[in-house]
Ligand binder design. Structure first.
Ligand code: IPE
Ligand code: IPE
Ligand code: MG
Length: 235
């Protein structure tokens, strides 16, 4: 089982357009898929589930769609946090939250505080997140923490990344047919197994999740070594 699963939830708009619905209907439906996947991950013993909900670049969308996405975020927090807490799930939100409404920032802080000691599964929502933003903010913090120092190690940078609390993702999934990273966890995906599916995010089901996990389980992770050097060599 992957310890850490990271997902680019893509295809909401096309899911809706295909049904002659407004794009926002796809986002609403996408929240249901989030619920399904969170529950399934908790049951399967995944320890970290990280969801790309809004990228640094998504501000470029029409203002109406951006504000609907923000409202949806607020409603989802209002509705889901108690349930997550009851299920021993910890919620984290990472990204440049300073650009969000103060009320939303407070809700996020409260939800994180309330679920902070939960241990079953950590769900991280990446909101106004960008991999380049993350590397830059970590670099600034690292430099500030070591005045006068000009040479650093990878570990010194990694400890300031927004997701320093989690191991690097074992499995990356992107739904919706596009095969790109779109500025998600650039540093942390260095050795993740990548899985792409044409399924639009609102259609992503427990069976879709299990297919992705089965694909992951069939891979040989070599981390630069040869296959023969691996401890449990497959026959
Ligand atoms: C992903 O679905 C959700 C967000 C980026 C917020 P899209 O809205 O990108 O859906 P498509 O790619 O247009 O179908
Ligand atoms: C990536 O999806 C971001 C999220 C899923 C939040 P996009 O739909 O924004 O990515 P591009 O624009 O197709 O690369
Ligand atoms: Mg998209």
């Amino acid at each position: 089982m992957p310890r850490h699963l990271a997902i680019v939830m893509d295809g909401n708009g096309r899911w809706a357009t295909k049904r002659f619905l407004p794009r926002v209907a796809g986002h609403v439906k996408g929240v249901e898929a989030v619920r399904t996947v969170v529950e399934a991950c908790a049951l399967r013993g995944v320890e970290y589930l990280t969801l790309f909900a809004f990228s640094s670049e998504n501000w470029r969308r029409p203002a109406e769609e951006v504000s609907l996405l923000m409202r949806l975020f607020v409603t989802a927090l209002e509705r889901e946090v108690s349930k997550m807490h009851a299920n021993n799930i910890r919620l984290k939100v990472v990204g440049d939250l300073s650009r969000f409404d103060v009320k939303l920032q407070e809700m996020i802080a409260n939800a994180e505080r309330r679920t902070a000691n939960n241990t079953r599964l950590t769900v991280t929502v990446c909101a106004n997140y960008g991999g380049r933003w993350d590397i830059m903010q970590a670099t600034s913090k690292m430099v500030a923490a070591h005045p006068g120092v000009t040479e650093f190690t990878e570990e010194q940078l990694a400890e300031h990344l927004a997701m320093a609390f989690a191991p690097e993702p074992d499995l990356f999934i992107r739904t919706g047919g596009e095969e790109r990273i779109s500025n998600f966890l650039l540093w942390q995906l260095a050795y993740s197994e990548l899985y792409f599916t044409d399924t639009y995010w609102p259609d992503f089901s427990i069976a879709s999740l299990d297919a992705a996990i089965a694909s992951y389980q069939s891979r040989e992770r070599r981390f630069g070594r040869t296959g023969d050097q691996l401890p449990e060599k497959k026959t």
